[in-house]
Every structure is written in structure tokens, then in C-alpha cells.
Unconditional design. Sequence first.
Length: 76
Amino acid sequence: MFQCHVCGRTASREDFVNEVFTIEGRRVLVQHIPADICERCGEATFSRVTTEKVRSLIHGGGHPIRRDVIDVFALA
């Protein structure tokens, strides 16, 4: 059963999300990750299987579909 680790709500919906991870100082975008999305706060939660697939993918088990350059801003 789903329970949000941020707000505690138990209602969720299934959807796909994009997440940016920082791996050894470099940013990696993983797209189309299946997730449970909290109906109250919008926090995405991944299953253990999905988490392991993402971990494997970004630590050498996959190849990027493309490389993009991004603009970086600092608000300080």
C-alpha cells in the first residue's frame, strides 16, 4: 500500500516522471520513469524494481539516447 514519505497521504496515481540525478559530479536525466505520485503533495515514489533499473542504467548498464548541454544559473 502506498504511503507518501513526505506528507503521509495514502492516495496516489500512477504516472511517468523525469528525474535528474547527480553521479560523480555530472548530471544525468532519466526520462519516462514509472512512479506513484502522491495526490496531496506530488512527491514521486519509485518501486524497488524501478529504482534498481535506474541505478543500473546510470551506473554503466545503459547508453544515453542523446547528450544535451544545459544552461546553469545561480541565484546567489
